[in-house]
Design a protein around this ligand. Structure first.
Ligand code: SF4
Ligand code: SF4
Length: 84
């Protein structure tokens, strides 16, 4: 399956305060705190690059507005028709 059709988190490095809640909440263990710092001096959260299932737990647990969002692939037409 194309990587473009898989869910993935997008993290705004600048806004992350490194609280680690998303890392703890992720059931797949695909988030971590970076070794590097963001411009505000925090070890921002980052995605390992694969394994996200799009559950949204990281999004709902992040206390910082506009810091974390999840991209979900659009369902294809056949799947939508089957559900109709
Ligand atoms: S959406 Fe779920 S699986 Fe994906 S990074 Fe967030 S908590 Fe982990
Ligand atoms: S929950 Fe939000 S602020 Fe906390 S480490 Fe994750 S992305 Fe950063």
């Amino acid at each position: 399956m194309s990587a473009l059709r898989l869910p993935y988190p997008e993290i705004c490095e600048l806004e992350c305060k490194a609280c680690g809640r998303c890392v703890a909440a992720c059931p797949k263990g695909v988030l971590r705190l970076s070794e590097g710092f963001n411009p505000r001096g925090y070890h921002y959260a980052e995605y390992g690059g694969e394994g996200c299932i799009g559950c949204g737990r990281c999004f709902y647990t992040c206390p910082e507005p506009y810091t974390l969002r999840i991209h979900l692939p659009a369902r294809d037409k056949a799947a939508k028709k089957a559900e109709a």
